[in-house]
Design a binder for this molecule. Structure first.
Ligand SMILES: Nc1ncnc2c1ncn2[C@@H]1O[C@H](COP(=O)(O)OP(=O)(O)O)[C@@H](O)[C@H]1O
Ligand SMILES: Cc1ncc(COP(=O)(O)OP(=O)(O)O)c(N)n1
Length: 274
């Protein structure tokens, strides 16, 4: 079995972070391991509190799993602080890890901050040059490119700007674009390899129940890379998985419900009532 590592924060509500990553990995039939960078007291309504893990303890977790398990791919999610970005990059380089997907998580959809501002530079200098793929959403891409959040820009422009930081590929996620493509009810993500653009289009689902979409997408891509798919195929398959998981969502909690990862398991619906 292929092994995949997530280095990310914990979402006590189970919708995003390492919980979403491990569910996604399991459904992809890869073995998921998790290094936790921060605890969040979180539910479907938002993030009530954040407790970052010390950089020493993140390093200890990384040494534990990396000295023991041979990972075919890995992803990073919420890294919270610049020291955690730095130690993560240091260990990824030290253990010469391949197939790295970096989801530069900054803010939850609820608006709660998941990364300190000082860490943005560390992402660009330390982590992106090691990455096979970075997966910013629109707002994250603007922050990383140093563009005002209110400025209207094309995804192509952002992809080119971010590719200059050294990752092999950039995927600009389209969940927050209010552009003609979305008006035509398509969720469009743009992949750039430094020369060519590839668009991935899926049906845009009219719902606010999208908690954990970014985490799920990057975990699915990492799983597909571990399974030896090309980057294009890995993104294409991940997007299909994600869209089905949004469409199959069931109401959980009082706020924005998480995705449904068990929709494709062969379980009788009656056995999971309640
Ligand atoms: N309502 C939706 N219907 C279908 N796909 C969506 C929807 N919202 C987001 N997506 C997709 O989910 C993924 C995550 O995108 P986005 O929401 O932009 O990132 P994040 O979750 O990091 O904020 C992308 O592939 C995007 O196209
Ligand atoms: C612990 C933790 N990590 C990441 C996120 C952000 O999740 P994401 O999939 O980008 O999207 P939303 O859940 O915010 O829609 C999080 N909330 N918590």
């Amino acid at each position: 079995m292929k092994k995949v590592l997530t280095i990310a924060g914990s979402d006590s509500g189970g919708g995003a972070g390492i919980q979403a990553d491990l569910k996604t990995m399991t459904v992809h039939q890869v073995y998921g391991a998790a290094v936790i960078t921060a605890l969040t007291a979180q539910n479907t309504l938002g993030v009530q509190a954040v407790e970052p893990v010390s950089k020493e303890f993140v390093a200890a977790q990384l040494d534990s799993v990396l000295s023991d398990i041979n990972f075919a791919a890995l992803k990073t999610g919420m890294l919270a602080q610049k020291e955690i970005v730095a130690v993560t990059a240091q260990k990824i380089a030290e253990y010469n890890l391949k197939n790295l997907v970096v989801d530069p998580v900054m803010v939850a959809t609820s608006g709660d901050l998941l990364l300190e501002e000082a860490a943005v530079q560390s992402y660009k200098e330390l982590l992106f040059p090691l990455a096979d793929l970075i997966t910013p959403n629109l707002m994250e891409a603007k922050v990383l490119a140093g563009i005002d959040k209110e400025t209207q820009v094309e995804a192509e422009f952002l992809a080119k700007k971010l590719h200059a930081f050294g990752s092999k590929y950039v995927l600009i996620k389209g969940g927050h674009f209010s552009n003609p493509a979305q008006q035509s009810k398509k969720a469009v993500d743009l992949l750039y390899d430094g020369s060519n653009f590839v668009k991935f289009k899926a049906d845009y689902i009219e719902t606010n129940d999208t908690h954990g979409t970014g985490c799920t997408l990057s975990a699915a891509i990492a799983s597909n890379l571990a399974l030896a798919y090309s980057m294009e195929k890995a993104v294409e398959k991940a997007k299909v998985y994600l869209t089905k998981a949004i469409a199959a969502g069931e109401k959980i909690g009082k706020g924005n419900s998480p995705l449904n990862h068990i929709y494709q398991l062969d379980l009788k619906k009656e056995s999971r009532q309640g």
